[in-house]
Each structure stands twice: as structure tokens, then as C-alpha cells.
Design a protein around this ligand. Structure first.
Ligand code: PMP
Length: 291
């Protein structure tokens, strides 16, 4: 596998970063996960734009334009003959001292990995996921804003540990007010009386690219979509529930904290959106090969 490392495509074995990189020492950096479908990079500009906004929020200047970054992603896919897969874009603060001061890190490191991903077993897309709500509170927006897709994912990792220790694969995180924020690695939607509801990002969610796409797809299909503060009660009493994310795509949730959602099977709107999303990805990507 060829890895893009600060301007060069190098062999996987040579793709190494320094132990003094603040990405490693402090989780100081930002990242993106992007999918390639049918020879196209899905919503590439949107992902790159969010990467630059995350970087701006942590005062990290990426030494490359957004256009150059998009080209680097396409180059990396081509170097690995990738037409279907998962692309991980990472920008670290770079090499510095053992102290915190980010201004002593001269050069951010840019890493692009074009590989494969299988988040959940395919049968879970038929049966739906069981989830629990967890005690790990989603980062307070004035501490580390969850809109920043930073390399510091310990908040999510701690939540994921709770999920796995409870015997499920994913969990729902609440904010410090007890309101629903998101899953450990996905956004959450519920359907109640035919209306699709999702927490506003200020409740502690990443502004998910899949979330945005699904909201647009649903609106175009004539479904009412609203951002709404949700409590655990709204999860327990939902008619349908699903998660959205680059890796997960659209996946139903059929049980929360041992409460069955709807009739215990993926709901009608969820199944419809899964099909529409599959079509949407065909139309909304940037070609990997030059036309
Ligand atoms: N929330 C979190 C915490 C995430 O890490 C992700 C991405 N895996 C998402 C939501 C979904 O965002 P996107 O649709 O942009 O992948």
C-alpha cells in the first residue's frame, strides 16, 4: 500500500512519523474519514472543507490549499488502484518539543491512507443494532467542541469501551444536560409520527457529512426533518431510530437500553433512506481518474 506522507507517496513500511509529533504526544491534530464508491470520492470537497474548519478551530494552518488536498486524495487513491474504500486524512501538529506549546511545531504532517473498511457485519444492516446510553458525557462544547474532528478521540473511545463492556457495538452519548448528543462514532436520528428528528450540533454532535446528506435526501423525498433537543425518553418512545456516518452509512437501531424500538425491526423510513442513500452516493462524488 502507498501512503501519502507530507507530499510524497511512500511504501506503507516507510510511512513513519516522529515520536515527537504532537499528534501522538497530545492528540493534537485533526482528521477525516471519507468513502470512495464506484470510482468516485464521496462528497470530497465537503470533507476537505470540514477538515480545514477543524484545523482552523485548533489554530492549525495546513500547508496546502483545499484544492491541493483534494488532488492529493485522488492521487493516493490512484496509487492504490482504489475505487471502493475508505480514505483516512490526518493532519498532525507536527514535530515539537516534549512541552505543550504548539507554536514550537514547525511543520504539520499530512497523512492520507486509502484502504478498506468494514465497520459492522452485513447482517446488522438487516436486523439493526442494539445500543446503550453511556455514562461518559460527550465533550462540553466549550472544552473540546464536538464539531472539531480532532485526533483527541478519548471521549469517544471511553464511550465505546462502555458499549462493548455492556455487550453491544455502539452507544448513545448524552451531553452534560442529559440531552442526546450522538453515537460514539455516528450521528443519531429518530422517527416519531413520520417526522425525522436529530439533535442540533450544539447539543454535542459532529456536523456529520452523512447526517447532512441524509437530511437532504429525506427532505427531497418529502419527509419532514427537524433538528430537535432529544432526551432519553424520546429514544425509548421513538417509532424508528438510525445512525449515520461515513463508515456506518445508514444503519437502523432496534433496541436502546433494552427497550425495543418500534416493532424491533428496521423501520420503513429507515429502510427507504438506506436505499436512497445507495443511489445518492453514485451521483455525488469526485472522479478518482481524470476524465
Ligand atoms: N459523530 C462522530 C463522533 C464521528 O466520529 C463521526 C464520523 N465517524 C460522525 C458523527 C459521522 O460523521 P460523518 O457522517 O461526517 O462521517
Amino acid at each position: 500500500m502507498k501512503i501519502f506522507l507530507s507530499g510524497n507517496l511512500v511504501d506503507e513500511a516507510d510511512a513513519k512519523v516522529s515520536v515527537f509529533d504532537h499528534g501522538l504526544l497530545y492528540g493534537d491534530g485533526v482528521f477525516e474519514g471519507i468513502r470512495a464508491y464506484h470510482g468516485k470520492v464521496f462528497l470530497l470537497k465537503e470533507h476537505v472543507s470540514r477538515l480545514y474548519e477543524s484545523a482552523k478551530a485548533i489554530a492549525l494552518t495546513i500547508p496546502m490549499t483545499e484544492e491541493e488536498m483534494c488532488e492529493a486524495v485522488r492521487d493516493t487513491c490512484r496509487a492504490n488502484a482504489l475505487s471502493e474504500g475508505y480514505i483516512r486524512l490526518v493532519v498532525t501538529r507536527g514535530v515539537g518539543t516534549l512541552g505543550l506549546n504548539p507554536y514550537l511545531c514547525d511543520k504539520p504532517e499530512i497523512i492520507i491512507i486509502a484502504a478498506k473498511i468494514q465497520l459492522y457485519p452485513p447482517e446488522l444492516y438487516e436486523t439493526g443494532l442494539k445500543v446503550v446510553t453511556v455514562g461518559t458525557v460527550r465533550n462540553h462544547p466549550e472544552a473540546i467542541n464536538p464539531r472539531i474532528k480532532s485526533l483527541n478521540y478519548l471521549n469517544n473511545v471511553l464511550a465505546k469501551i462502555e458499549a462493548i463492556n455492556s455487550g453491544v457495538l455502539e452507544c448513545i452519548m448524552l451531553n452534560s444536560q442529559g440531552q442526546v448528543a450522538e453515537a460514539s462514532g455516528d450521528n443519531i436520528f429518530v422517527v416519531k409520527n413520520g417526522v425525522m428528528l436529530t439533535p442540533p450540533v450544539w447539543c454535542g454532535a459532529l456536523d456529520g457529512i452523512t447526517r447532512r446528506a441524509v437530511m437532504q435526501i429525506a427532505t427531497d423525498a418529502g419527509i419532514t426533518v427537524k433538528e430537535s433537543v432529544l432526551q432519553r425518553y424520546d429514544l425509548f418512545t421513538a417509532d424508528e431510530m438510525f445512525l449515520t456516518g461515513t463508515a456506518a452509512e445508514v444503519i437502523a437501531v432496534t433496541e436502546v437500553d433494552r427497550r425495543q424500538i418500534g416493532d424491533g425491526f428496521p423501520g420503513g423510513i429507515t429502510v427507504d433512506l438506506q436505499a436512497r442513500f445507495k443511489e445518492f452516493v453514485k451521483e455525488n462524488g469526485v472522479l478518482i481518474q481524470d476524465p
